[in-house]
Design a protein around this ligand. Structure first.
Ligand SMILES: Nc1nc2c(c(=O)[nH]1)N[C@H]1C(S)=C(S)[C@@H](COP(=O)(O)OP(=O)(O)OC[C@H]3O[C@@H](n4cnc5c(=O)[nH]c(N)nc54)[C@H](O)[C@@H]3O)O[C@H]1N2
Ligand SMILES: Nc1nc2c(c(=O)[nH]1)N[C@H]1C(S)=C(S)[C@@H](COP(=O)(O)OP(=O)(O)OC[C@H]3O[C@@H](n4cnc5c(=O)[nH]c(N)nc54)[C@H](O)[C@@H]3O)O[C@H]1N2
Ligand SMILES: [Mo]
Length: 770
């Protein structure tokens, strides 16, 4: 079955394994969000002992410049003055940061690193917030307290003593605010390297490169207003109900006003059925759900590009009888390579398109019909599209399809990638890029009076390889949990362990503190919810959402410990120690973040009048040239791409495995072992499979299986004892949870187009456990 219409009623209940000790267990079959979400939030509030502060903080979240930005996902804030735009998972996220539990020196004195290494990841983070800087003591195998001064000196000295600045690499997780981001990349470049890997190397690198090549700008062009006015939404490869829950509101509203909503996903996810809009309390009271889908299409894993090619082929075929199917005047005035692309679509047979997409022609024609009939269309996507070998080609194919009908540069139309971490887009805008452009470096050099290195630096995969070879000796992690988030877990562990020094700037204890270099520092920082007091008073930081809106975030909670420093202050401390002669006024910047913003205004494109505009009620939108139909491409036009379809069909006996998040997790942070919308409770060591693929292997529900992956270089990796769960997923495709399944992702399995690890396309065999 490839397509299912919304006349099928809601979610099929999918039975997870009933835990023996839980008489209350029942598979989940209610609409997404709503009361289930409310109950789940309350559990987290109680567990984190945040019942008083939690709700108060949440009421301040995402308000017009008076609260803090939700540290969860990057979905934009509601622009229509709906002053409470929150979601279950955002609340869990905030409460997770505001926990009353603490990890101080006594904790580290009581537990050695070897002992902690045996703890589960959940138990590590569950200890609460880190309170003081700590240094690893190899004699005792314990972390012991260190003063901030000595910690900076240790980091600074090690960096100063390197033979080359390229022996250090500076990772960014997408939570870091813009001001800290700017200082961080400035420090790396003043030291002399562009080694700036970030989490984006694992999520939307492909999207950025594709949009840059097609449209001359690495970002989406639409905003929330476009979502509110579009006629058709195509939602590809995103589990919105769990990972961008505030999108549900937009989908429900779109459905109410009669827009078409097509979900393209091998799995029919909760958002592809119906939702109770989270902040619609009346709806919650009456249990009234709104549909959030009009058509579901289930391609095989990796089949999206063929499906899009089929849509284009169908539209081009329609255009023969119905010239209005194409926007000829848009194509003629604003695009390049149309004839080549048209010829390519004609030359690609329907047989190949059906085979590669895993979707029947009739169903592709249905999607194409929705697209043809819509005056304005938006295509939105996330990791299901980007984490593939041909991620760049697929995103470019999305743009190709949009260009055919002039779905760009007008209200209600355009490409709309769903970004991950709350400021991952801002990190890139503010300079976290291992391949910076010459123009960027020239402006940075002039504004900051430094001489930045011109050669490209290392990204995430490149950094792991270089650490493993011994070429990178210092790893700095500005947030995140690199050890677990990165592919090839044992290999990444070896890489980190061969470092001379690892520095982790974190809020909570995690695996990356235990998988460390010969010397190691844990530097605890303020969270986004907390008040950041500096010499000139309480400071705010800015962030950029998925739709290029930049606004201020102001913490209001008392810091978890009086020893915490802000991320900008930690960066300035390391920078001063590493660059004693630096003319950059590091200390002066930290007294008042307006000063950082003044320099950013000089150095960055789109930040004119930064300090004033960022204080406007909803902040400001960074100009998108492509939205104004200005294309910074070689041809000065939007460029159709003409890539051949890749072969994504699994070899006989093998399956394509996608690794993904459960509902109750934030990347490497696992809140519980439940995945409510997929009907799973108390289980993460599972693999979702098509029932016929299971039958072929003699497997029944919950049978233990061995999963063996084969990498590009022929090496194999395995996981034993996972439980097979029958699921509505196309034959040949399977799915399971990250980060556990990273042991199956070989480091050499990255895309040659984007260098992104192939986390959604692991080639595996699955057999009954031996
Ligand atoms: N609550 C919560 N929110 C989050 C996060 C979190 O961990 N928890 N993480 C944040 C981050 S950093 C990111 S990047 C985003 C990630 O957001 P998502 O992209 O939604 O993340 P995944 O859970 O990896 O889900 C991938 C989706 O792609 C589908 N998929 C897999 N393979 C394919 C394919 O070949 N084609 C198509 N069309 N679909 C496919 C899967 O079925 C799944 O629905 O979410 C952000 N928001
Ligand atoms: N197999 C597989 N692997 C994946 C993915 C996948 O789909 N499949 N997805 C990839 C993606 S999209 C991403 S983005 C990465 C995620 O990679 P990361 O961003 O590296 O990981 P997180 O789990 O988000 O990081 C959690 C840690 O961040 C720290 N932290 C939280 N808040 C703050 C803060 O305000 N400041 C600081 N300094 N630290 C803070 C806490 O100590 C916490 O333990 O994982 C990638 N890995
Ligand atoms: Mo991400």
């Amino acid at each position: 079955m490839n397509a299912s219409h919304d006349d099928q009623d809601g979610l099929e209940p999918r039975v997870g394994p009933a835990p023996k000790d839980d008489p209350d267990f029942h598979p989940y079959h209610h609409p997404a969000a709503g009361w289930g979400a409310a109950k789940s939030v309350t559990r987290v509030l109680v567990r984190e002992r945040a019942l008083v502060d939690g709700p108060r903080a949440i009421m301040r979240m995402n308000h017009e410049n008076v609260g803090f930005d939700c540290p969860g996902c990057a979905w934009p804030d509601d622009t229509k003055g709906l002053h409470l735009d929150i979601c279950e998972n955002g609340i869990k996220h905030v409460t997770w940061e505001m926990t009353g539990k603490r990890v101080g020196p006594e904790f580290f004195a009581a537990h050695s690193v070897t002992e902690l290494s045996g703890w589960s990841d959940f138990d590590l983070e569950d200890q609460g917030r880190l309170t003081e800087p700590m240094v690893y003591d190899p004699e005792s195998d314990h972390y012991v307290p260190i003063s901030w001064h000595d910690a900076f000196e240790l980091a600074g000295r090690t960096l100063r003593e390197l033979d080359s600045p390229h022996q250090a690499s500076y990772y960014t997780s997408g939570r870091l605010g813009n001001e800290a981001t700017f200082l961080y990349q400035l420090m790396a470049r003043e030291l002399g390297t562009n080694n700036l890997p970030d989490c984006s190397n694992m999520c939307h690198e492909a999207s950025g490169r594709a949009l840059q090549a097609s449209l001359g700008t690495g970002k989406g062009t639409v905003d929330l207003k476009d979502w509110e006015t579009t006629d058709a939404l195509f939602i590809m490869g995103v589990n919105a109900a769990s990972n961008a829950p505030r999108m549900l509101t937009a989908l429900a509203e779109a459905h109410r006003r009669g827009a078409q909503i097509v979900h393209i996903n091998p799995l029919v996810e909760a958002a592809a059925t119906r939702t109770i809009v989270p902040h619609d309390f009346l709806d919650m009271a009456t249990f009234h759900s709104t549909r959030t889908s009009t058509l579901n299409i289930q391609p095989r894993i990796g089949g999206d590009m063929a499906l899009l090619r089929g849509m284009a082929k169908a539209v081009l075929e329609q255009a023969k009888a119905d010239p209005k199917a194409l926007d000829r005047s848009f194509i003629d005035r604003h695009t390049a390579n149309f004839e080549e692309y048209k010829a390519l679509c004609e030359a690609t047979s329907w047989e190949e398109i059906e085979h590669q997409s895993g979707v029947e022609r009739d169903d592709i024609l249905k999607v194409a019909r929705v697209y043809r009939d819509a005056d304005r269309s938006i295509v939105s996507w996330c990791l299901g599209v980007s984490q593939h070998e041909h991620g760049v080609d697929t995103v470019r194919e999305i743009v190709n399809v949009l260009l055919l009908r002039g779905n760009l540069g007008r209200e209600g139309a355009g490409p709309s990638p769903v970004r991950g971490h709350s400021n991952v887009q801002g990190n890139r805008t503010c300079g976290i890029d291992h391949r910076p452009s010459e123009e960027f470096l020239d402006r940075l050099a002039a504004a900051c009076r430094i001489d930045p290195p011109r050669e490209h630096g290392l990204d995430t995969v490149g950094t792991i390889e270089a650490m493993h070879r011994g070429d990178v000796k210092v790893f700095v992690g500005m947030g995140g949990n690199f050890a677990l988030a990165a592919p090839d877990t044992p290999y990444t562990y070896e890489a980190l362990r061969s470092c001379e020094l690892t520095v982790q700037v974190s809020t909570k204890l995690n695996r990356s503190h235990l998988v460390h270099g010969r010397q190691a520092l844990i530097l605890p920082c303020l969270g986004r919810t907390e008040k950041d007091h500096q010499r000139h008073g309480v400071q705010s930081t800015s962030v950029e959402d998925s739709m290029s809106m930049v606004h201020l975030s102001v913490g209001m909670k008392r810091p978890a410990s009086r020893h915490l420093l802000s991320e900008p202050a930690i960066i300035a401390g390391i920078a001063r120690a590493a660059l004693p002669e630096s003319r950059t006024p590091w200390e002066w910047y930290i007294e008042d973040y307006d000063r950082i913003r003044d320099t950013m205004e000089e150095a960055l494109d789109g930040f004119e009048d930064f300090n004033r505009r960022v204080r406007l009620p909803l902040g400001f939108r960074i100009k998108q040239p492509a939205r104004e139909l200005v294309f910074l491409t070689p041809s000065g036009r939007a460029e159709f791409s003409t890539a051949p379809l890749p072969d994504v069909v699994p070899a006989p006996g093998t399956l394509a495995l996608g690794t993904m998040r459960s509902h109750d997790q934030w990347n490497t942070t696992i809140y519980s072992d439940n995945d409510r919308y997929r009907g799973i409770k108390n289980l993460r060591t599972l693999v979702f499979m098509n029932k016929d693929d299971m039958r072929e292997r003699g497997l029944s529900e919950f049978d233990p299986v061995d999963i063996v992956s084969t990498a590009k270089d022929g090496s194999t990796r395995s996981l034993a004892g996972y439980l097979a769960i029958p699921y509505d997923i196309p034959r040949g495709s399977a799915a399971g949870y990250m980060p556990e399944m990273n042991v199956l992702c070989a480091l050499c399995d990255y895309s040659t187009q984007s260098d992104q690890p192939l986390m959604k396309h692991v080639k595996v065999t699955i057999t009954a456990a031996t």
